[in-house]
Each structure stands twice: as C-alpha cells, then as structure tokens.
Design a protein around this ligand. Structure first.
Ligand SMILES: *Cc1c(COP(=O)(O)O)cnc(C)c1O
Length: 384
C-alpha cells in the first residue's frame, strides 16, 4: 500500500477487470492490429499512472493521452512506454515532446517544421502521426487537395518520422461514418500512390472497434471500453472496473413535514430515518442526482438521495433498511449486480457521456486498487 486511506469515500478500481477488458479487445482485433490504449483524463478517472502498466502487460502497443502534461506525468514513471499525444501541443513547448520521446499528433506544416528543426539539433527524428479531419470538424487537416499536398511536403522533411495518419468518427450514423471512412481511404491512397507509406493508419475508438471491424486498419484506439463501461448499443464481454463507495457518518430521525437539506426543497412525507454521507459534488457526484433521480445501495437495498446534494455531504433515506448503523458501506456507483447505479446508467440519468461521469470523480477521492480480491495499491492525490 502506498498511501494511508484517510477518508470513507473511495473509488475502488479492479485492475483485473481492466486487464480482462484489454485482453478482450486484443483478442477481437488480433495480432495484425496494433492497440493504442487511451488513458487520457487521468485514465478516465481511474488513475493513469496505475492503469498504464495494466494496459502494457495485457497487449497495448501505445498509451495515448490528450495533453503534454499527461504524457510527462507518465514519462517520469515509465521510461520505456510508447506515449502518444492525441491533442494539440503549443509550438513553444514542442521540445518537451522531442526530449521525452513522445509521439505527437500534428496537423500543420508549421509544427512539422519546428519538430524537424528540433530533430536536426539533437540528431534524432521526432515521431508524429498526422491528424486528418474526415468530418468531425474538430482537429486535423481539412479534406481537400491542398491538405494532401501539404502532407506530402511534411513527408519530405528529413528529420521527421511520420509514422502514422489517423482520423476520428463523429458517430452521427452508420452512413455518415462510412462517408468518413471513405474520405480517409481516399486521402491515404492519394498520398500512398505517390510512393509514400504510413506505418500506422487508424480510425476506430471503442464503439467503432466493435461496430465496424472493417474500419480497423492496422491500429485502433480503445478508451471507454477498457474500463468496462458498456457502449450504449449492446455488448456484454466487458467488466466495469470502478466502484464508488462511502460509509454512513451520521443517522437521525426526521418527522413528517420537516425539510432535509438546503432550501428544504425536499420534505419528509412520513416519519423517516436519514443517513448522512461524507461526500458531495466536490467529489464528482452531480447535484442533479438530488430530487428523486439518485439512489445508492446500503445493505443490498436501495436508499434514495433526499434533499440537495451539498459540496461535501449528502443525505439518503434509510427508513426501509433494517439494522442500519453508522459505518455501514454505501455503494454510490457500482457494477449493477447489487442493484447499484452503473456508470452507464448514471450517464443516462444525467444525460452526459460515461467519460464525463468518470472524469468528474475528483482528486479528493482516494483511489484504491484491487488485484486478486486484495488491495494492491492506494493513491491519495492530495497527500502527494
Ligand atoms: C478519447 C479518444 C479516443 C477514445 O475514445 P473512446 O470512445 O473512449 O474509446 C480515441 N481517439 C481519440 C482521438 C480520442 O480523443
């Protein structure tokens, strides 16, 4: 164990489940397709530093993050892992990318030239992948002739290794995705017909890997699915890794007609038992789960959230739960087998993505890692 756990509220992360999910994807894609596992947003809230070795041990070729600082955090810990930045890095700090052997996404000749120049000075070729916008209209070269010409000029730079080209689907519909796929193919074949070659071509994130095996090329970029969060449509073989839990810290009786929580927006419609929990929206639990939407599991039974969720505390109705006492465990989000709200269900209740639920779990919540049913590691970001 690395940190003493000083709170009752923790995010418990089952590393065996993540390992299972990574292997499941690896089996699906086979040995001819490389796997770039995405651990941006602090490993979707699971802790990038802790999940990185699990990804690598179970078949990941690359680890992808969104920002330079996310990559540097990992580089300090892991000298040899292949790290990839999916997003933009400002021109002035591109030397960090080169000095730390990080692979950078680029989508301009300006950045290509800066990296080429940096490479010349230290006698090593910075590695990049080119981002091509096939329709999401977020990042990457626009789909047009001038872009193809500029990409070919990048490919001519002597001190730069253009290792790959990639795009990202908008997932608006099957037809739209197909159109994006076809634009991508068209751009690649135009470039490759001139004698250039990309080692890696990639398009698919989690859902696309499963839905469109024919779009996998020779690399895929799974994120969400590795944490066992069910894609909206179906799918089955993945195990949720994260459980958010706490313990009851206070219990009281409240009479019919009395209010609970700020502004008394909720009032007891009978004599009830209220339990107070030591966590709130500062831990990443949305205040929108107040007012009937949210519930938690105590001793195997549902306890509805009552009153407004506060920054650091919230209250649940324990009236129908027998023998409940201070210190009892409360499952805030779980895998659903105990009736708990899963990350998937929370995302639907709140109308946000699964990634948003996960990345809102804040630094204040300690992470407890489980392997083989035992705690193998603990992290409290505030105690660093
Ligand atoms: C986040 C991200 C991914 C992973 O997406 P999931 O849907 O979580 O699998 C893949 N590619 C890019 C470019 C991303 O930004």
């Amino acid at each position: 164990m690395d940190y003493e756990i000083l709170r009752d509220t923790v995010a418990e992360i089952n590393l065996d489940n993540i390992a299972h999910n990574v292997r499941t994807i690896k089996e699906m894609i086979g040995n001819d397709v490389a796997m770039m596992t995405v651990i941006k947003g602090d490993g979707y809230g699971h802790g990038a530093a802790a999940v990185a070795p699990i990804m690598i041990e179970n078949g990941a070729d690359y680890l992808a993050v969104a920002t330079l600082t996310e990559a540097l955090e990992l580089r300090k810990l892991y000298k040899d892992y292949k790290l990839f930045i999916l997003g933009h890095t400002p021109n002035e700090v591109l030397h960090y990318v080169v000095d730390n052997n990080i692979v950078q996404t680029i989508y301009s000749i300006e950045q290509a030239k800066i990296l080429d120049e940096l490479g010349k000075h230290i006698n090593k070729k910075p590695v990049v992948h080119i981002k091509y916008d096939t329709g999401l209209h977020r990042l990457g070269y626009e789909h047009k002739k001038e872009s193809i010409e500029e990409i070919m000029r990048i490919l001519e730079l002597k001190n730069l290794c253009v290792e790959g080209i990639f795009s990202h689907l908008a997932q608006a519909s099957k037809e739209d995705d197909k159109e994006q796929y076809e634009r991508f193919i068209q751009a690649i074949s135009e470039i490759e017909s001139k004698g250039y070659k990309f080692k890696y071509k990639h398009l698919c994130e989690s859902i696309a890997i499963i839905e469109y095996p024919e779009y996998r090329f020779n690399m895929v970029r799974p994120g969400t699915v590795l944490y066992g969060i069910k894609p909206y449509k179906e799918n089955f073989f993945f195990k949720q890794a994260l459980t958010l839990k706490t313990r009851i810290c206070s219990i009281r009786n409240v009479r019919k007609g009395e209010g609970v929580g700020y502004s008394y927006v909720w009032k007891a419609d009978r004599d009830i038992v209220i339990g107070t929990l030591p966590f709130g929206f500062a831990d990443g639990y949305s205040r929108k789960l107040s007012g009937g939407l949210g519930y938690m599991i105590v001793n195997g039974k549902k306890a509805p959230v009552v009153g407004r969720v506060c920054m650091d505390q919230c209250m649940i109705d324990l009236t129908d739960i027998p023998n409940v006492k201070i210190g009892d465990e409360v499952i805030i989000f779980g895998d659903g087998k105990d009736g708990s709200i899963t990350i998937e269900q929370a995302s639907q209740l709140l109308d946000v993505t699964r990634g948003e639920i996960l990345s809102r779990i804040s630094r204040r919540t300690p992470r407890v890692y489980i392997k083989g049913d035992n705690i193998c590691k603990t992290v409290d970001y505030l105690m660093d």
